[in-house]
Design a binder for this molecule. Sequence first.
Ligand code: SF4
Length: 81
Amino acid sequence: MDLTWMQRGNCREHPPATFFPSDGVGVDRARRICESCPVREPCLEYALAQHIDHGVWGGTSERERRRILRRRRSGQLTGVS
Ligand code: SF4
């Protein structure tokens, strides 16, 4: 699996704990960093493929990733909303 995208993420310039928030305010803060990240898509796909339960990846919270996986399993369109 190609993980070179990790070297280009916006999160390199922030403490790792930023992306493992304990509340909704922290999730929003991490999401804002992800918004302009050039590797948002591979980051999200990695988290989905690896079933990563914790943290903000690709601009999504754990709950959002569970929702995306449910949609994919049920054959609906993919994406974040
Ligand atoms: S999308 Fe967010 S978590 Fe993923 S690499 Fe970019 S900044 Fe980091």
